[in-house]
Design a binder for this molecule. Structure first.
Ligand code: IPM
Ligand code: MG
Length: 369
């Protein structure tokens, strides 16, 4: 088997610390499960701007295009807040998603048993929760043209963005959504704002057509995005797979993250179109950001990024057994009572980023024995 080409982009802030823990897990997989990785590391975001004057260099982008999978930490921080818009750290992230064609963003929100009490919601509302938010990632309001800030003849200014989707864009994200639903509980909820926005009227019509023509075995429902946000905190277990527009998905996935106790627990996978061999370009990153307030203090939660690597093994390398191993190791570490600050609960042991990473490796050893 050819070595798996991994590009690692730690990025900014806590991205660097949490990725250091993922490196331990990768090393463990290489040593103990004899998986051959060819690893390169690169810069993205503010740390790339500091060196290259751009948040995503051509060199990093080329490496991403050539990789079997990209692992990303997080980008951004106050240090770069005053940069011009087009070189802000976030532009690097948006550009790599767009250039790699990663239109399908899988954001699973799973409440691990040991953490059901860490959520701000009542235990019975979130216990056992296992939902998948599928966010369209390369279109919609984030990328629509025209966009900008203009000065009008009278000296006032106008800021604008465009919400736009074409039928092929809706169909390709729709197919991923129905496919995911088919592999789970065959229930898909499409989230839109069809009572106000024409673009999402089209979205709804296309989803209905797709269901009739290609996925009659999947039950399709629709919900307005404001109601969906409310339902996510009222009764999240009514959902299984949700599919939605780029910005709606950005907002709903942060909301779903808190059901699980902390943003520090949520992994994500961003996938492109399958090629003739069935392989997809892919990037894996935690849903959380660079958390500048706690960066460099060895207190960030590395579990979302570690579980993003598990998703990488599952979706890019078809290694379900190894992915399960990582997820089970994480579950056991939490059952054992270790907690980073963000998920700290009374009676548990508060540990650093590093100690959490080491604990996952020790648990992998036990599970693999
Ligand atoms: C996310 C983040 C990004 C987004 C930012 C950092 C550009 O919030 O991945 O959810 O808005 O997509
Ligand atoms: Mg977000």
């Amino acid at each position: 088997m050819a070595a798996k080409k991994l590009l690692i982009l730690p990025g900014d802030g806590i991205g660097v610390e949490v990725m250091a823990q993922v490196r331990r897990i990768i090393d463990w997989m290489a040593r103990k499960r004899k998986i051959e990785f060819e690893i390169t590391e690169g810069l993205i975001g503010g740390s790339s701007y500091d060196v290259h004057g751009t948040p995503l260099s051509d060199e990093t982008l080329a490496a991403a295009m050539a990789a079997d999978a990209v692992l990303l930490g997080a980008v951004g921080g106050p240090k770069w807040d005053d940069l011009p818009f087009d070189v802000k750290p976030e532009r690097g992230l948006l550009k790599i998603r767009k250039e790699m064609g990663l239109f399908a963003n899988l954001r699973p929100a799973t409440v691990l048993e040991a953490l059901a009490d860490a959520s701000t919601l009542k235990n019975e509302v979130v216990a056992g929760l296992d939902i998948m938010i599928l966010r369209e990632l390369t279109g919609g309001l984030y990328f629509g043209q025209p966009r900008g800030i203009d000065t009008l003849p009278d000296g006032t200014r106008k800021g604008y963005n465009t919400l736009v989707y074409t039928t092929p864009e809706i169909q390709r994200i729709g197919r991923v959504a129905f496919d995911l639903a088919r592999k789970r509980n065959k229930k898909l909820c499409s989230v839109d704002k069809a009572n106000v926005l024409e673009c999402t009227v089209l979205w709804r019509e296309e989803m209905i057509k797709l269901q009739k023509e290609e996925f009659p075995d999947v039950e399709l429902s629709h919900m307005y995005v404001d109601n969906a946000a409310m339902q996510l905190v009222r009764n999240p277990k009514q959902f299984d797979v949700m599919v939605t527009e780029n910005m709606f998905g950005d907002i709903l996935s942060d909301c779903a993250a808190m059901l699980t106790g902390s943003l520090g627990m949520l992994p994500s996978a961003s996938l492109g179109e399958a090629d003739a061999q069935g392989r997809r370009k892919a990037l894996y990153e935690p849903v959380h950001g660079s958390a500048p307030d706690i960066a460099g203090k060895d207190m960030a939660n590395p579990l979302a990024t570690i579980m993003s690597f598990a998703m990488c093994l599952r979706y890019s390398f078809d290694m379900a057994a190894e992915a399960d191993l990582i997820e089970n190791a994480v579950k056991n570490v939490l059952k054992g009572g270790l907690r980073t600050a963000d998920i700290m609960q009374p009676g548990k042991a508060k540990v650093s980023t590093t100690v959490m990473g080491e604990a996952v490796v020790r648990e992998l050893d036990k599970l693999n024995a």
